[in-house]
Design a protein around this ligand. Structure first.
Ligand code: ADP
Ligand code: ZN
Length: 211
């Protein structure tokens, strides 16, 4: 089954995605991760994407849709995949409908007042992508999972985050309605509780859907 993870930046999509992907053996496809890998490797796509990501704007739809469309043809997607960060606007959702069937949309709602601190305090592992919050690191600079160096994403700064939240409200939030109408939305509420709490709720619902 193809599953979409929907939620504002900082809602915890990445963390939940890792857990969902492991539990149901679905490849985790994060457009943000794909763009960051391209930026790191200095590809043409990376160069283009960086100019948008640095400003907190969406990378153009043609580029983003082409990447996802191609990625879904890989062998590991034949039993489904987990889309994290795509689609992000109605046009992308409509395009996705032309090349994939969506079985469920896991929507994480969260109080916006939590997001700025969450994102600006976020540190991510350079090697495995695991994310942490500075307040819980106690000064540690290495990933507890793989030992990789913890870094701050270039777009995790207050000004860019404000733009990302505006983009979410204007362009991505309407997808909640889009998928509600299709009858595939599953609503959850994120909080300050540990990620395991939310994951337990998500898994309880997905277990019944996926079996
Ligand atoms: P977050 O959800 O915290 O904003 P992501 O890693 O999903 O983080 O995305 C980071 C940036 O990558 C976005 O701000 C945007 O510029 C770009 N991006 C990711 N996914 C898409 C998409 N589906 N369409 C356009 N741009 C995207
Ligand atoms: Zn790591």
């Amino acid at each position: 089954m193809n599953i979409i993870l929907l939620g504002a930046p900082g809602a915890g999509k990445g963390t939940q995605a890792t857990k969902i992907s492991e539990r149901y053996n679905l490849p985790h496809i994060s457009t943000g991760d794909i763009f960051r890998a391209n930026i790191k490797n200095k590809t043409e796509i990376g160069l283009l994407a960086k100019s948008y990501i640095d400003k907190g704007q969406l990378v153009p739809d043609e580029v983003t849709c082409a990447i996802v469309k191609d990625r879904l043809t890989w062998d590991d997607c034949k039993n489904g995949c987990l889309l994290d960060g795509f689609p992000r606007n109605t046009y992308q959702a409509e395009q996705l409908d032309t090349f994939a069937e969506i079985g469920a949309v896991v929507n994480i709602n969260i109080d916006f007042s939590l997001l700025m601190d969450r994102i600006c305090g976020r540190r991510v592992c350079k090697d495995c992508g695991e994310s942490y919050h500075v307040s819980t690191l106690g000064g540690a600079t290495a990933c507890s999972r793989c030992g990789g160096e913890l870094i701050q994403r270039a777009d995790d700064n207050p000004e860019t985050v404000k733009n990302r939240l505006d983009v979410y409200n204007e362009q991505t939030a309407p997808l909640i309605d889009y998928y509600t109408k299709k009858g595939v939305i599953l609503n959850f509420t994120g909080s300050e509780a540990p990620a395991e709490v939310l994951f337990a709720e998500i898994a309880a619902v997905l277990d019944k859907k996926i079996g």
